[in-house]
Write a protein that binds this ligand. Structure first.
Ligand code: PLP
Length: 397
């Protein structure tokens, strides 16, 4: 039997192989420490939960408009006005079932068969698969540790062809934790304007940013930049609402309409109750967000210090999100009990088997010789996990 070639081209999530091995070990009673989580370990704040309960009690449990309830779209527009001085009207907002779904809408609304999408690596694992599904061609633009895992306009220039349709930017970044500065963004945005390239700006970690730094959206660089930028964001990460599945886009009206049409035939509206919860998240008290950010900043300092104390491992201090991107080049080529560490994958597998620590190897993120550790886990786990990693690395010969 022949299945869809498009579907067959989609690879399994690379994080899942390690994840399933970690689960198996846990089920067997092993004390596994996991650094794989892509979600806050905090509970959804109470005011948000109560808003959902209240929505149920009031009977807001029916279909809603496809692109989301008016008050939520207004709250999203207000959020971008107050935080980033950007003017969007509610009909330029499309609410979807998580930012991942928003991204799917964006790629399907933008791409024709063979259109090229510039994707700086390391990238979040889902982008290439969604681009391929939508018929696009992924053009990976590699970065280096020396440039803080960020691309410049000059780097991108080399990859632009007559088929280049869009660029994906993700700041703060999953997996590197890096944040683009105003100057860096300005150069990139100018290049995109010159070449009429859409900028898909994934801003899902915009509030999880440390050291008093501020997120900047590429849409902030004037009218033309705003016209070409499609902002993707959501409540999953900032409000510990990963299970509620609410994401959104801000774009020009024409594209918002196309995405709404697409969504109307694929998923209809996002969950009505979760939309009321998301409305409360954006428009209610922000104290829990502040507390989470403070806690993440503390853990970031700790994990950064502990990683860099291990000889052979090194990382740049993350500025946002909740991941640390660790360079393994100092241990690649060494051996553990006769087994050569020839890749991040091998390192992660041996570490899990021998020290029961789960980390995500970098191959799925489009880069070699790194691992991603999430610090959305307790201080105690961070200390214990890094002590085990240290012990493992000290055994390498
Ligand atoms: N974008 C990035 C960079 C992410 O890391 C994630 C989640 O891991 C998402 C989007 C998806 O978020 P959501 O849970 O809202 O679909």
């Amino acid at each position: 039997m022949k299945y869809s070639q498009k579907a067959l081209n989609i690879s399994a999530s690379p994080t899942l192989a390690i994840d399933s091995l970690a689960k198996k070990l846990k089920e067997a009673g092993e004390n596994v420490i996991g650094f794989g989580a892509g979600e806050p370990d905090f509970d959804t704040p109470d005011n948000i939960k109560y808003a959902a309960v209240s929505a149920i009690v009031k009977g807001y449990t029916k279909y809603t408009p496809v692109a989301g309830i008016s008050c939520l779209k207004e709250a999203v527009a207000k959020y971008y006005k107050e935080n980033y001085a950007l003017d969007y009207s509610p009909d330029e907002v499309v609410v979807s079932n998580g930012a991942k779904h928003s991204l799917m809408n964006v790629f399907f609304a933008l791409l024709n068969e063979g259109d090229e999408v510039l994707l700086p690596s390391p990238y979040w694992v889902t982008y290439p698969e969604l681009i391929k599904l939508a018929g696009g061609k992924v053009v990976v633009v590699p970065t280096a540790k020396e440039s803080n895992y960020k691309v410049s306009g000059r780097d991108l220039q080399k990859y632009i062809t007559s088929k280049t349709k869009a660029l994906v930017l993700n700041s703060p970044s999953n997996p590197s934790g890096m944040v683009y500065t105003y100057e860096e963004l300005r150069e990139i945005v100018e290049l995109c304007i010159q070449n009429e390239i859409f900028i898909i700006s994934d801003e899902i970690y915009d509030k999880l940013i440390y050291d008093g730094k501020k997120h900047i959206s590429p849409a902030s660089f004037g009218e033309k930049a705003k016209e070409l930028t499609i902002i993707v964001n959501g409540v999953s990460k900032s409000y510990a609402m990963t299970g509620w599945r609410i994401g959104y886009t801000l774009s020009n009206k024409e594209l918002a309409k196309i995405m709404t049409n697409l969504q109307s035939h694929t998923t209809s509206n996002p969950n009505s109750i979760a939309q009321y919860a998301a409305y409360e998240a954006l428009s209610g008290p922000q104290e829990s967000l502040k507390k989470m950010v403070q806690e993440f900043a503390k853990r970031r300092d700790l994990i950064y210090e502990l990683v860099n104390e291990i000889e052979g491992l090194s990382s740049i201090k993350p500025q946002g999100a909740f991941y640390i991107w660790v360079d393994l080049s100092g241990v690649i080529g060494k051996s553990f009990e006769g087994k050569v560490i020839d890749s991040a994958n091998t390192f992660a597998k041996l570490l899990l088997e021998n020290e029961k620590v789960a980390v995500v190897p970098s191959e799925g993120f489009g880069m070699e010789n790194h691992i991603r550790l999430s610090y959305a886990t307790s201080v105690q786990n961070i200390k214990e996990g890094l002590a085990r990693i240290k012990r493992f690395v000290e055994k390498l010969k």
